[in-house]
Design a binder for this molecule. Structure first.
Ligand code: HEC
Length: 222
């Protein structure tokens, strides 16, 4: 038993549709009408932008703005024409340190790293082996004598604060004038000492007098 026999009117309607489709195919007007119908039943396009891309646009704009502000803030006094010392735009840029720590502080570090193992941090030396630097005329006396000892080192008997030492002290002639001046200034003012600064100019002059000598001085040489 077929379905069409169960529903006698359907066969007629199918034929009717087929005939109308034939007609539609034959006429431009009908094609147009069918398409109009289809077009009307399509979902209408919605206005505005989808939600996510709009959010992304705001995010990207925000990042670009942030980046621009950050770059301007952190580029200090640089601009497309290069660095110009005279065109400081930010007041806080002027408050930064313009030079390193004072010679005394540099000298303190140099002393701790290069001298303290022998002369000790407190400048008192080690009895019988390393002479003290606190309250000795070699440290607080004439600058050129002290600079010579620091540049070339010292060998042979020397009397310091009533005791005689006979050891070998290494020279530091590979140090810059600034470094020698800094450590000399430090030991002349550390502990109970209170002598004048030693300038790197003075070190330069003494270096010139010492010339190419590399061997350590003896007390007689000085
Ligand atoms: C390896 C150990 C040693 C080191 C490191 C050393 N010295 Fe000396 N220093 C000596 C000895 C030993 C003497 C005595 C030399 C002698 O007997 O002729 C001496 C003597 C001196 C003297 C002259 C005597 C006095 O006590 O006043 C001065 C100044 C001095 N040293 C400063 C320094 C400074 C500053 C440094 C670091 C930059 C330094 N020394 C590093 C061992 C050392």
């Amino acid at each position: 038993m077929s379905k069409n026999q169960n529903n006698p009117g359907k066969q007629d309607r199918v034929e009717d549709w087929a005939a109308r489709l034939d007609q539609a195919a034959a006429s431009d007007n009908d094609i147009q009408r069918v398409h109009d119908t289809l077009a009307r039943e399509k979902e209408q396009p919605r206005g505005g932008f989808p939600v996510i891309p709009i959010f992304m646009i705001f995010l990207m704009s925000g990042l670009i703005l942030f980046g621009a502000i950050y770059a301007v803030h952190r580029s200090d006094d640089f601009d497309s024409l290069g660095y110009d010392e005279t065109r400081r735009r930010f007041a806080w840029a002027d408050t930064g340190p313009t030079e390193g720590p004072p010679p005394f502080v540099i000298g303190e570090r140099l002393y701790a790293a290069n001298c303290a193992m022998c002369h000790q941090q407190n400048g008192e030396g080690l009895a019988g082996a390393f002479p003290p630097l606190n309250q000795t005329e070699w440290v607080t006396g004439p600058e050129d004598r002290l600079i010579k000892i620091l540049l070339n080192g010292l060998v042979g008997p020397i009397e310091v604060r009533g005791n005689t030492y006979n050891g070998v002290m290494p020279g530091f002639n590979n140090w810059s004038n600034d470094q020698i001046a800094a450590v000399a200034t430090y030991i002349r003012q550390a502990w109970d000492n209170d002598a004048e600064d030693v300038t790197s100019e003075t070190v330069g002059e003494v270096r010139g007098v010492v010339g190419g000598r590399t061997s350590p001085f003896t007390v007689e040489d000085l």
